[in-house]
Design a protein around this ligand. Sequence first.
Ligand SMILES: Cc1cc2nc3c(=O)[nH]c(=O)nc-3n(C[C@H](O)[C@H](O)[C@H](O)COP(=O)(O)OP(=O)(O)OC[C@H]3O[C@@H](n4cnc5c(N)ncnc54)[C@H](O)[C@@H]3O)c2cc1C
Length: 440
Amino acid sequence: MSLWLEGKPPRRPGLQGRREADVVIVGAGFTGLWTAYYLGVQAPELSVLLIEAEHAGFGASGRNGGWCTTEMPTWLGNLVLRYGPMGAMRFYRTAGKSLDEIEKVLSSEGIDAGWQRDGSLYLARNEPQRQRLLAWQDMRLKLGINDMTIFEGTAAKSRLNATSVIAAGFTPNCATVQPGRIAIGLASAVERRGVTIAEGVRAVHIGPGVVRTDQGDVRAKVVLCATEGYTGSLTGHARRVLPVRSRLIATVPLPDSVWQDLGWQDRMTVADSRYQFGYFQRTADNRLVAGGRGVGYKARAGADEVIFARLRQLIGELFPLLRDVEITHQWSGEYGLHRDSEPAVVFDPATNMGYAGGYGGEGVALSNLAGRTLTALVTGQQRAETRLCWVNHRSRRWEPEPLRWLGVRGVAAAASWADNYEDRTGRKAPLAGFVMRRVL
Ligand SMILES: Cc1cc2nc3c(=O)[nH]c(=O)nc-3n(C[C@H](O)[C@H](O)[C@H](O)COP(=O)(O)OP(=O)(O)OC[C@H]3O[C@@H](n4cnc5c(N)ncnc54)[C@H](O)[C@@H]3O)c2cc1C
């Protein structure tokens, strides 16, 4: 059970005979909720119906690592290659402003999500990882983004007392959040603005003007799909988004003395710089939450347990003080990845259908920008957001099975091999950077 969803409210009723609306949104995660929120604020004359198979926040939005970050699911260099430096930089900067916007809405709607903007620290524990951090900083500087400070040697160690750290990159552009409370709070906020949320209603097919559900058809002028990692279950959408399974564990609340010994003074988020990286957050009630990237697609039964054990091992490896710490929560979730790793917001005025997603593991902030952008597209507003490079970007479809499975497993195995090679030899794994930059 996700730590973040403890104490969630009882399930809302289903359609209850509701058969039409101006706008129907499928999926009440952050994308669906932010879109409904801005439609409620900017176009209160529209009737908006949000259809959710389980409950608001059930998906990745109620299960993630709680990093509200300006980072992108794809390497910044890929965006530069495709859209040029100006396009990439405009997207990055506008996405970054989502942090201000989210903070503002949480405050105005009285949503206490433990928001704390203490930045992120990326650890390098061998020379190739250090080189990647420097290259990452260099790419940002070339785009005029001067937001990463690199600490070397003892200066890095003084930022966080983790084992074998030789360098660390700090960026202030990340807030730590309790994501479940954002989803639950936003659901109430949209209802206050007249949006109806129907829970326990599963869409099986979406088309222009109609959503077919397990409780009957709903007709709408506009149909928006916000199902991200679950999109493949809709008929005809199996190859649009790759569902990637990701796992997290949480410790018991730790005493202040432990945090002092770790040198973890505030609530900055922390990640290592492996290809299959581990990432951490210090929660408002002083737990350590650890997540990791691993083989997450069509995993075998028992795979969750293997990754949970790896995460426990990672905590002990980085912070020996916590080798035997008690773990109280373990959970997993699914996020969505497009074939080209780029997120997208798409709206077709000819069919009045749209969707947003493909955020990879970086959708907490991006989904807010997506919600504002979808709202502007649906209501026909010309805004800076609607001119960004991810608007109406269509990634090609994933390969049919079993090619997709083989490809994804191959890349995951390559990432794992590259990490082990770099840990063992201290040398850059041949071709790893080239391969990963194109697929992660
Ligand atoms: C374990 C994990 C850790 C992550 N960590 C981070 C992080 O630290 N920072 C970050 O920025 N991002 C992170 N992410 C990614 C981030 O959580 C997602 O990008 C974001 O929450 C996506 O929101 P969404 O609304 O698009 O999708 P979701 O939150 O997945 O919402 C989709 C909703 O659609 C519903 N649904 C699906 N199918 C149907 C259907 N047929 N009919 C009706 N409803 C349906 C689902 O029940 C779900 O509620 C993480 C993701 C995971 C899984």
